[in-house]
Design a protein around this ligand. Structure first.
Ligand SMILES: NC(=O)c1ccc[n+]([C@@H]2O[C@H](COP(=O)([O-])OP(=O)(O)OC[C@H]3O[C@@H](n4cnc5c(N)ncnc54)[C@H](O)[C@@H]3O)[C@@H](O)[C@H]2O)c1
Ligand SMILES: [Zn+2]
Length: 362
């Protein structure tokens, strides 16, 4: 059974459809949103081989003129060169102001195709079809789009809300288990920042394989995660304040990804360690309990996520965490948890605490 959730953003509100076997309804759902008459379907080679034809057939059956742009899989596709390819395909495909782009894939395709939609002809409409768990619970919802530069990740981008999001849970069956587990890290994060019930659901399932093969449970987790993200985005669309809570575990997680050259950890794996680190900082500053930290660790371990901290020089990690320009002391600002479901953002944390916690983790 599909469920529909609406992201409330006034006249830019949009539905998120969550359920199994939704790809066949793509064309009709696009029609229902008044989209058309032509579109560009953007995907990567791996996802194209699995789901490209099904999407295109559904679009054509509903009367849309559709062309397809297929890019190599991987983070390096989120580039200026790919963006140029998409603009080229859009012109060749005859896309006009009334046309739309369909992003079929993980966060890489969602961010890239979303940014193309945000900028082509000063903005055309966008449909997100996330096919990784991470994209379903995070990147396809909230309107952030963008690409990487050689100098750094996500340095160019824009806010561009989709007109429709289709989270077809059946596509997760083909997802490599490691990618699935990485997506679960963000689900655990929603448990920390807003709803501890999510932890209960995950603990009851027991391990990553069980969670990832249970479509009903996945539906519940994706829906609850999207609700939480949508609610935060509704209150703070452009990241002026509250949206920061979505970054729980990410200050340390991003630093870990950067220091290890984006090769050792998937994003969600780095976030797993980042959340454990943030929990330990929280134990020092907000009274987050040792029991809850140990519970988080057990849960992440059961979900096949890393919980052992690697041997890395503290100075490099600290540099990668950066300095907060707004704080006079230069202290890094963290999202800290008080207890599962309750967090504070913008908390300055002194260097001495950060370093002691790091040594305590190892
Ligand atoms: N916009 C946002 O708010 C936001 C939030 C979080 C992350 N992101 C971005 O998302 C990106 C990471 O996204 P991701 O983790 O989805 O990675 P990804 O898009 O690279 O997908 C991971 C891999 O899985 C493959 N794949 C995708 N769906 C599949 C399926 N159903 N079956 C089999 N294989 C499949 C892809 O081809 C790829 O090789 C990063 O660039 C990150 O910056 C954006
Ligand atoms: Zn993340």
């Amino acid at each position: 059974m599909a469920s529909i959730l609406t992201v409330q953003l006034g006249d830019r509100s949009y539905p998120i459809h969550i359920g199994p076997d939704l790809l066949a309804s793509l064309g009709d759902l696009c029609k229902g949103q008044g989209l058309g008459p032509s579109c560009l379907l953007v995907t990567d080679e791996s996802v194209d081989a699995l789901y490209g034809d099904r999407c295109e057939q559904s679009l054509r059956a509903a009367g849309f003129r559709s062309t397809r742009a297929v890019l190599p899989p991987g983070e390096s596709t989120k580039s200026m060169a790919s963006l140029a390819r998409l603009f080229d395909a859009a012109v060749t495909g005859g896309l006009e102001r009334s046309s739309f782009i369909v992003a079929l894939g993980g966060g890489v395709i969602g961010d890239l195709a979303g940014f193309a939609a945000a900028t082509y002809l000063r903005g055309i409409r966008l449909v997100q079809i996330p096919t990784t768990l991470l994209a379903m619970v995070d990147s396809a919802v909230g309107g952030k789009t963008g690409i990487n530069l050689p100098q750094g990740k996500n340095l160019v981008g824009s806010f561009h809300q989709p007109s429709l999001v289709l989270a077809d849970l059946s596509t997760l069956r083909s997802l490599p288990p490691r990618e699935g587990a990485a997506g679960l890290a963000e689900v655990v994060k929603y448990g920390v920042i807003a709803d501890p019930e999510i932890w209960n659901w995950l603990e009851a399932a027991g391990d990553a394989a069980t969670v990832l093969s249970d479509e009903a449970l996945l539906g519940k987790l994706v829906r609850r995660s999207c609700e939480i993200k949508a609610d935060v985005v509704r209150q703070d669309e452009r990241e002026g304040g509250l949206r920061a809570i979505l970054n729980f575990g990410h200050t340390f997680g991003h630093a870990l990804e950067q220091v290890t050259g984006y090769t050792r950890y998937l994003h969600g794996e780095a976030v797993s360690l980042g959340m454990l680190y943030a929990a330990r900082v929280s134990m020092r500053l907000t009274g987050f309990s040792g029991d809850d930290t140990r519970r988080m660790e057990r849960l992440l371990r059961a979900l096949q996520l890393p919980v052992e901290f690697p041997d890395l020089p503290w100075a490099e990690l600290r540099t990668a965490m950066g300095r907060d320009k707004k704080s006079t002391s230069g202290a890094v600002r963290f999202v800290l948890a008080e207890r599962p479901g309750v967090v504070r953002f913008g908390c300055p944390v002194e260097d001495a605490v950060l370093e002691e916690v790091w040594h305590g983790c190892r």
